[in-house]
Design a protein around this ligand. Structure first.
Ligand code: PLP
Length: 456
């Protein structure tokens, strides 16, 4: 079998990549003109590319490598499981030890009576599962007309047609056929961009009450669930004003609808607790998990549901499942990842030590002339770029240009930060040290200076 050598010159790897590889969320012109950066190795928070450059990964891959790169225990767990039982399914009344162990461990870690897991291989699949869970739940309870799920504009719940419909990314909906029927959206609690003259507190209440208004408009007997990320991630790390979540909880309780907390990013320590719901004090009936569940070492996700939802779903045959639901290798790796997070006190360190340190250093960036607000919860944060801090004005030129320039400067300075429009985001591995946080901030500031020079 002829394959290109991993040590081939970068330009050859890039040319072959551009010729045959269609990339997610990537414009083909960039691949053809400049080529993709070829990442070859990683250790801790550091990536190495095919030119031997060491890059600080302040995004933990795609918000997922919570324990950092290069953990040999995870490789060993995968190898052990592959030798023992590389694959078996969990359909038709069969199970296996890794799925049993992981489900029980998640039941222990998840708050309250969230004690039951339906496995998937990704966050998108898990949110597709949630649509089926919600509709099956209400049908079994004798209210099949409660098939409407409310999500939020600029929320992100995945890229499949179902999960993309739950999300409110207009660019994805514009591809056609989305949202699927029965999915509605309300506005997001983004005070910086949309709060106008309101105080953050009033704005938070107003955006929560948009949920109540939507329920009343659609019909309280039609709405089955509300889905939201505790802290919006892909939408730009939008931290809702403090008034928002208590009011959402009141409304969800009042109308008796299911609350789905999409914990795909927030879960497994990112906000300083095991789950974002705990940080924000909300009580979901269903949680979506993925990413940090295995620190990205294996593709695995799931829906964790409470006792009541599980009891109702178990009263029928749930006509749903994926070939890789509860994949034994993925479960074994996830279990080992949870052991590392727990035994090494990673979540506690984020809450008590490195999270507060990152917050203090990150918020210093707010004094930069290009930066409006700097918001951070645990280890997920964003800065809003603006030409005018006082009015919170957007850039007059194409939205996203400033963010793009800044992202490119970061990349040139060997720092991976992501931009969403004109917001710059960090979400580093949870094991990042204080020294590495200093390097992150120093490189971010240098990149901001360079972007500022380019923009003025
Ligand atoms: N939900 C949230 C909150 C996410 O951020 C993502 C991915 O970024 C997803 C769901 C989709 O997960 P996946 O890409 O594993 O399908």
């Amino acid at each position: 079998m002829a394959v290109i050598s991993p040590n081939a010159p970068t330009a050859e790897l890039q040319a072959l990549d551009a010729a045959h590889h269609l990339h997610p969320f990537t414009h083909g012109a960039g691949l053809r003109d400049k080529g993709a950066r070829v990442i070859t190795r990683a250790e801790g928070v550091w990536l190495t590319d095919s030119e031997g450059e060491r890059i600080l990964d302040a995004m933990a891959g795609l918000w997922c490598v919570n324990v950092g790169y290069g953990r040999k225990e995870l490789a060993a767990a995968a190898a052990r499981q592959m030798e023992e039982l590389p694959y078996y399914n969990t359909f038709f009344q069969t199970t296996h030890v890794p799925a049993i162990q992981l489900a029980a461990k998640l039941a222990e870690l998840a708050p309250g009576d969230l004690n039951h897991v339906f496995f998937a291989s990704s966050g998108s699949e898990a949110n597709d599962t949630n649509i089926r869970l919600v509709r099956t739940y209400w049908a079994e309870k004798g209210e099949p007309q409660r098939d409407v799920i409310i999500g939020r504009w600029n929320g992100y719940h995945g890229s499949s047609v179902g999960s993309g419909s739950l999300g409110g990314m207009k660019g994805m909906h514009a591809q056609g056929g989305m949202p699927i029927p029965g999915i509605h959206h309300i506005d997001q609690p983004d005070w910086w961009s949309e709060g106008g003259d309101m105080s953050p507190e009033d704005f938070g209440l107003a955006r929560a009450r948009a949920l109540e208004a939507a329920i009343e408009r659609i019909g309280p007997d039609r709405v089955g669930a509300f889905i939201a990320e505790p802290v919006q991630g892909a939408g730009g790390v939008i931290v809702a004003p403090e008034t928002y979540w208590p009011e959402v909880q009141r409304i969800v309780d009042k109308y008796g609808i299911l609350l789905i907390a999409d914990e795909v990013i927030c879960g497994f320590g990112r906000t300083g607790n095991w789950f974002g719901s705990q940080t924000l004090g909300v009580s979901p009936h269903i949680m979506t998990v993925a990413k940090g569940l295995s620190s990205g070492y294996q593709p695995i996700g799931g829906s964790i549901v409470n006792d009541e939802v599980a009891a109702v779903i178990s009263g029928t045959e749930f006509n749903h499942g994926y070939t890789y639901s509860g994949h034994p290798v993925a479960c074994a790796v996830a279990l080992e990842n949870l052991r590392i997070l727990e035994e090494e006190g990673v979540v506690d360190r984020v809450r008590e030590e490195t999270g507060p340190y990152l917050k203090a250093r990150f918020e210093e960036l707010a004094d930069h002339p290009l930066v409006g607000e700097a918001k951070i919860v645990g280890m997920m944060g964003s800065i809003a770029l603006t030409p005018d801090k006082a009015t919170r004005a957007p850039f007059a030129a194409d939205a996203g240009t400033a963010g793009y320039i800044c992202r490119e400067r970061c990349f040139a300075n060997n720092l991976v930060m992501r931009h969403v429009g004109d917001r710059m985001i960090v979400s580093p591995p949870l094991v990042i040290s204080k020294e590495e946080i200093d390097t992150l901030i120093e490189r971010a500031r240098r990149s901001l200076d360079e972007a500022h020079a380019q923009l003025t």
